[in-house]
Write a protein that binds this ligand. Structure first.
Ligand SMILES: [Mn+2]
Length: 428
């Protein structure tokens, strides 16, 4: 027997984008921001129909809130209708954003659907649902749990039980909205990987964490379908799973997002002056875009973090940021916007400062004469003589090898001096 299903979660219909400040706040992008999540959702529906999967599991937080807006309800209902028409069974659990009461009949009437189960609404809060494949043969048993409230501090595992008797011949799946292994940001339905594993299910379709995460090969968070803020970085989509004779033979992540947030750290310490920094930043962004050119969200929103010790710290200003952002926005054929630039660079002290410094950095700096470094290297050289013999360097090669090492040591030590000097001046 072979069947396939989609695991999707945290759709958050109705949730707006946040963190769209500065350069990403562009009138031209307004329409894309308004429609991105809906389009991601319809990408998922199209994929389910294209692959003609046997069933879909939605692991909670389908809506962003108890009070749903008209558009969100419409989008979900239209999508579910398509799945129903294609004979794709859909099981939805409720999450902390859309607990069971969010689906009362006044707000969401689903009487017209026969193969859609909203756990806790047209089933018990905690239930087992057998799903048949396209030939109407029982294929999977879904163990599911929904909650009444938007807070739930109990360990949810006690509501689940191992497959018994005939159930064991089916592919057992746990469908759960939870925090696994103590997420420090929240403690919603907390439980441990080992507790989930002890139930011996074949797959856990988890929801709640928005960045896709493979806890183990069969315990997974599919993540939200569209990142909505700078914390929700990377690609977002759905899991597409195929099972043959009880074993997972395909476990694919399929991106459906349109807008992608990414953080890029760029070390600009090799820049001698500010125009060099400009080139380094521009090249880093180009590299990133080239590496990701196979992926095709409609828009990349990049948050750049500049790092390293630089001599032109005072020249990094808004004009510099605006010029970079403008150039990046205009130069690539893909839409690339800089959402934010964080300046993590530090002022580099000049060598004169160190030579006159009576602190530790000055102390170290004054020890850094070429003579001293060569002398230290000579001591080490005796220890690594065998290695050097093995390399069989000519005299010239050996000298240039030593020179390189000396320069590296000096550079590292000066960086160390800078670090110490920076921290010393911060303490004052
Ligand atoms: Mn969520």
């Amino acid at each position: 027997m072979i069947f396939s299903f989609i695991h999707i979660s945290d759709i958050h219909l109705g949730r707006p984008f946040s963190d769209l400040t500065g350069f990403a706040f562009d009138e031209n992008l307004k329409d894309l921001y308004n429609k991105a999540a809906e389009k991601a959702f319809s990408n998922f529906i199209d994929f389910a129909l294209l692959k003609n999967v046997d069933f879909v599991l939605i692991s909670g937080d389908t809506f962003d809130g108890n009070e749903q807006d008209f558009r969100s309800k419409l989008i979900l209902k239209e999508g579910l209708k398509k799945l129903e028409k294609a004979d794709i069974t859909t099981i939805i659990i409720c999450g902390n954003h859309d607990p069971i009461p969010a689906y009362n009949k006044n707000t969401f009437n689903f009487d017209e659907f026969s193969n859609i189960k909203i756990v806790g609404v047209n089933t018990d809060n905690c239930c087992k649902i057998t799903i048949c494949d396209k030939n109407n043969v029982p294929a999977a048993l879904v163990h599911a749990l929904s909650y009444e409230n938007n807070y739930f501090n109990e360990n949810p595992v006690k509501y689940f039980s191992k497959a018994q008797g005939e159930e064991q011949s089916l592919f057992n799946i746990g469908l759960l909205h939870c925090d696994i292994n103590g997420n420090k940001d929240s403690s919603y339905a907390p439980c441990l990987t080992s507790e989930l594993q002890s139930l011996n299910y074949d797959y856990w379709a988890l929801g709640h964490i928005h960045i896709p995460e493979e806890i183990s090969s069969n315990i997974q968070y599919s993540g939200t379908i569209q990142g909505r803020n700078t914390k929700e970085t990377g690609s977002h989509g759905i899991k597409y799973i195929t099972v043959e004779n009880g074993h997972i033979i395909r476990n694919n992540f399929v991106p459906v997002d349109l807008i992608r947030f990414e953080n890029i750290s760029i070390d600009i310490s090799s820049a001698k002056e500010i125009t060099d920094a400009f080139s380094i930043i521009y090249d880093s962004v180009s590299d990133f875009i080239n590496k990701n050119s196979m992926q095709s969200p409609e828009l990349f929103l990049l948050r750049l973090k500049l790092e390293g010790f630089i001599t032109f710290y005072n020249e990094i200003n808004n004009e510099f940021y605006e010029t970079i952002s403008e150039k990046i926005k205009n130069d690539f054929n893909k839409a690339v916007y800089i959402s934010d630039i964080l300046n993590g660079t530090k002022q580099k002290a000049d060598e004169k400062t160190f030579s006159e410094d009576d602190g530790i950095s000055g102390e170290i700096y004054r020890m850094l004469s070429d003579e001293n470094i060569y002398c230290a290297m000579d001591t080490v050289e005796k220890d690594i003589k065998n290695l050097l013999d093995y390399c069989n360097f000519s005299d010239n090669e050996l000298q240039s090898f030593k020179n390189d090492i000396k320069n590296t040591i000096k550079e590292d030590c000066i960086n160390l001096c800078n670090n110490i000097y920076y921290n010393e001046s911060k303490e004052e």
